[in-house]
Design a binder for this molecule. Sequence first.
Ligand SMILES: O=c1ccn([C@@H]2O[C@H](COP(=O)(O)O)[C@@H](O)[C@H]2O)c(=O)[nH]1
Length: 233
Amino acid sequence: MPTVSPLIIALDYASLDAALCMADRLDPARCRVKVGKELFTRSGPDVLEALHGRCFEVFLDLKFHDIPNTVAGAVQAAAEQGVWMVNVHAGGGRRMMEAAKQRLVQHGLSTHLIAVTVLTSMAAEDLAEVGVGVSPAEQVERLAILARDSGMDGVVCSAQEAERLRALCGDGFLKVTPGIRPATAEAGDQRRVMTPAAAMGAGSTHLVVGRPVTQADDPMAALSAIEAELAAG
Ligand SMILES: O=c1ccn([C@@H]2O[C@H](COP(=O)(O)O)[C@@H](O)[C@H]2O)c(=O)[nH]1
């Protein structure tokens, strides 16, 4: 039975064993899990098989960004391994996103396909350094509209932009938000952050949480505290 929880726990570990050690403490009825670049580069597809075997729905967060044909093939490969969600960079452009979507449709694959807008680790000054002279909010909005018009099921953005995107793209357009930080947690390298309850209130559909749970002294207590915060609204 798929979970109704909005929580996606980022399994950012350097080995398959360490990731599965955490997964074995988590309950697939209470959260989904995310496999990112470090873990996938170390473990390869074995990690997907192991997590699926434990009944988790998996977000494969590899943020594909390449020419359309290459990204379409990568997205197809991910979907054929049964992942619940996969992503590309919206900055790859309309033709890249359309090719990826078309490939899923052609092969009858129902994996959610979303696009990264502006990384939650980036602030206005970071954007300016790479030649983007508008605010993160404006750039997110621009890329979210492009992603929607290119057939994406949603975007990765910060919760700070979720309310605006809900108004622009509707409730059904997924707003997957990393940069989630309980009030007492350190931001670390994240720049556009929000607490779990505030993020849901702003219109996030899914909350990606990594270090506040995985690096906590008591990860399960940290997860329970987030769930309690969400239940209290
Ligand atoms: O814009 C983005 C896109 C992806 N991420 C990923 O989410 C988690 C966040 O982990 P924390 O430890 O909670 O900061 C991590 O795997 C990132 O690669 C993101 O943070 N921002």
